[in-house]
Design a protein around this ligand. Structure first.
Ligand SMILES: Cc1cc2nc3c(=O)[nH]c(=O)nc-3n(C[C@H](O)[C@H](O)[C@H](O)COP(=O)(O)OP(=O)(O)OC[C@H]3O[C@@H](n4cnc5c(N)ncnc54)[C@H](O)[C@@H]3O)c2cc1C
Length: 431
């Protein structure tokens, strides 16, 4: 048994690790067995953990199977990292249409959480670009599915938190790009009304939109970032700048009220000065944290939570304001406070997180009971607004909020693999 933590480092639990390395053998390895597939463990909470049980580690399923540079169709194993896909495909003029704020995740993890990025309002979520996948079940069955082939299995597996089987391989449709460059624009805003006006005004003309919000200000001031792909042939194609690392786990969290207030003030002022247009390499712009390895250690030995919710658009303005006020009143805050509107496109997955509305994601150091009390207040706001919490980030949402937030849960459970369970499924589904 080996101790395994997820990205939030809240706990370290013993697991039996079984490496999946040969795609031809996965069905036999999984058949008659019990466990949970794990990708690169970049989920913050307990969706990728199976304490006391088996983890099928998929990161060695890392081969490209077939790539057609004319159509941009890629077939690959489920443990391939999004970074490796993009570094290979960019040379042929293709990139993944949708990626989250890190590219250090696997294809299997991206499908199982149906991850989203800054361009949700244009391109939807990861599952919208999956053409098909192969799933190995613990009863020995192998299921091929896609949007047009056994679509009910596909809809259960996209966003299915790994609970429908082990994804062995997938076929993805990549997107034609002129190169790695983005034209970017940074616009400071003073309050949430300005944020929503900017979001509404930017969705038609800007493919990527996301905001940083100063959650200690209480008023919702922040910075609106928007970007579009651009053809800029004369620039070198490397993102540049060496990666840094947080070298050890400090004895206490480096993120506290003082450091946060100073950070937020400086970040806001610096970026306000730099506001306006610029050109950026997509890797540097889209995945800024990938350049600081092990940044999750910064939160010290007790780890940290991410709280990400989405509220329907009608209730979004009031709900986000109420959350920011609750955070300010609690004296706890977050460096990383990300606000984004989702588009109206319905997700393919029964359990996918994205839905039309506004999403707020916040990191909080784990301060035990004080943090739990703050989350209770935030839950009440999400519940009242008819919103939901993102499983990929969660380690503690109450079961009734999960049930009300995901109305297709009963339908989804028909496709559940009874041999697969996670800490999250036991907490939120009861098995
Ligand atoms: C810095 C950072 C930024 C992020 N930004 C975003 C963001 O912008 N948008 C967003 O949506 N998410 C974001 N995330 C969350 C992250 O994208 C998801 O948690 C993602 O699912 C992690 O993938 P993974 O390969 O690490 O999988 P894991 O975390 O290991 O597993 C995630 C889930 O996938 C399942 N799974 C993994 N492999 C397989 C397989 N082969 N077959 C079946 N199930 C499998 C697991 O059982 C688990 O349920 C971010 C995370 C970090 C650390």
């Amino acid at each position: 048994m080996v101790g395994v933590s997820s990205w939030g480092r809240l706990d370290c639990h013993e697991h039996e690790l079984v490496a999946l390395a040969d795609r031809a053998r996965v069905a036999a390895q999984v058949a008659g067995s019990q466990g949970l597939a794990q990708g690169n463990a970049r989920s913050y909470g307990d969706v990728c953990l199976n304490p006391g049980g088996r983890l099928w580690r998929a990161t060695s399923l890392d081969r490209f199977i077939d790539f057609d540079p004319a159509s941009g169709r890629l077939r690959c194993e489920a443990g391939v990292l999004l970074r490796d896909i993009q570094r290979m495909s960019l040379a042929h003029g293709w990139l993944l249409p949708v990626t989250p704020g890190t590219q250090m995740i696997t294809v299997g993890g991206a499908i199982a959480n149906d991850v989203h990025g800054k361009n949700h309002h244009v391109l939807g979520s990861f599952g919208d670009h999956v053409l098909g996948l192969r799933l190995a079940r613990t009863d020995g069955r192998v299921i091929e599915c896609g949007p047009g082939l056994q679509p009910e299995w596909f809809a259960a597996t996209v966003g299915g938190m790994g609970l429908t089987g082990v994804i062995v391989e997938a076929e993805l449709q990549l997107r034609r790009v002129a190169g790695p460059w983005l034209v970017t624009d940074t616009v400071p805003f003073r309050n949430l009304d300005e944020f929503f006006a900017l979001a509404d005004g930017s969705e038609a003309g800007w493919e990527q939109t996301v905001s940083w919000v100063d959650c200690l200000s209480g008023i919702g001031r922040g910075l609106f970032f928007r970007a579009n792909p651009a053809a800029i042939p004369d620039l070198a194609t490397h993102p540049g700048g060496p990666a840094a690392r947080v070298p050890f786990v400090p004895p206490v969290s480096l993120v506290n009220g003082l450091s946060l207030r100073a950070f937020n003030e400086t970040y806001f002022r610096l970026n306000r000065l730099k506001a306006g247009h610029a050109v950026a390499h997509f890797e540097k712009y889209t995945y800024p944290l990938d350049n600081l390895h092990d940044w999750n250690r910064m939160y010290g030995p007790r780890g940290f939570y991410q709280y990400q919710s989405v509220l329907p658009r009608e209730a979004g303005r009031t709900g986000v304001q109420a959350m920011l006020e609750a955070i300010k009143a609690s004296g706890q805050g977050s460096f990383l406070a990300v606000l984004k509107t989702f588009g109206d496109r319905a997700s393919r997955g029964m359990m996918s997180f994205p839905r039309p509305g506004v999403t707020l994601a916040l990191d909080f150091p784990n301060r035990g009971a004080a943090t739990a009390r703050l989350f209770d207040r935030l839950d009440a706001i999400v519940r009242e607004a008819g919103g939901r919490i993102y499983a990929a980030k969660d380690a503690r949402m109450p079961r009734e909020l999960f049930e009300s937030g995901y109305p297709r849960l009963a339908e989804f459970l028909q496709y559940r693999d009874p041999g697969i369970s996670s800490a999250m499924s036991r907490r939120l589904i009861g098995s």
